[in-house]
Design a protein around this ligand. Structure first.
Ligand code: PLP
Length: 265
């Protein structure tokens, strides 16, 4: 038997998307592409296709605790990635899990909406994430609409949202993919005064799972020991390439291509 000790393990606490575009499948694929191993802990089940979400169900707290504890007891977790949590109880559950492992870097993707606009949690779940989870995270990766909800600034600029949110977490990456400018501006803010904008060409499509891809790739880079700013840059470039190569597998949004097609050859 071969024992692989070189692939960092990233524990993902995210929802399941049966279309395979977003959620845990996106996490697994993006982490594989970073040379990491994903340990996917299911927080919620969703009913959705590549167009939108029609329903979701958040798992019971004991089930999520049991899944995560099984992973922690067995595998050397190097980082934690948070995606859809869906309820206040799930936020509290995840807080408890993270507090038991305070040295691990946590990437928090504060998921509240699907790419098609359907809700994956009420705004109050976002406020609980802001108050309870962001202080435990190394970095949060909201897109601008999510940052506006978290900051309670419905028309706020990225800078205004960051000013409101930075007291809660050390680093914040506010992505600009939901805008309509010619170029996408992804803005990284640090409580230490760091301000860096990563600009890329806007791609023409609408994508399912781009936020999950970015947050997981970033967690993977951090698990690999990459320094934060460099990890953000690497994860953004990787995500852009997955969108450039995305496919319209269903009738709605394009699905990012996170792994090479010849992966098995
Ligand atoms: N997590 C789950 C389980 C989802 O179903 C979705 C979207 O459908 C998301 C997260 C967020 O997707 P995106 O990365 O497109 O923001």
């Amino acid at each position: 038997m071969t024992l692989y000790t070189s692939r960092p393990v990233v524990l993902c606490l995210s929802g399941h998307d049966p279309s395979g575009g977003a959620g845990l499948q996106a996490d697994i694929e993006a982490l594989l592409a970073q040379g990491c191993h994903a340990a996917p802990v299911v927080t919620a089940l969703t009913v959705q296709d590549t167009r939108n979400v029609s329903d979701f169900r958040v798992l019971d707290r004991p089930w999520v605790l049991a899944q995560a504890q099984a992973v922690f007891a067995d595998l050397p977790v190097a980082a934690i990635k948070l995606g859809m949590l869906g309820s206040l109880e799930m936020v509290a559950t995840v807080v408890e899990l993270i507090q038991a492992h305070p040295s691990l870097p946590v990437v928090c993707d504060p998921v509240l909406r699907a790419g098609g606009g359907g809700a994956l949690g009420k705004d109050e779940v976002g406020y609980a994430m802001r108050e309870q989870l962001l202080p435990l995270a190394r970095i949060a990766t909201p897109n601008l609409p999510e940052a506006r909800i978290l900051a309670e600034l419905p028309d706020g600029s990225a800078d205004a949202c960051a000013q409101k949110l930075l007291p809660h977490c050390p680093y914040l990456l506010i992505t600009g993919g939901h805008g309509d400018e010619h170029q996408v501006h992804n803005r990284l803010y640090g409580r230490d005064g760091l301000r860096q904008t990563f600009t890329c060409e806007r791609l023409p499509g609408s994508y399912h799972g781009s936020g999950c891809t970015l947050a997981s790739a970033l967690a993977g880079r951090l698990a690999q020991g990459e320094e934060l700013v460099s990890a953000v840059q690497t994860a953004l470039s990787y995500t852009w390439r997955t969108l450039r190569d995305a496919e319209q597998l269903g009738q709605g949004q394009f699905v990012p291509r996170r792994l090479p097609l010849d992966f098995c050859s």
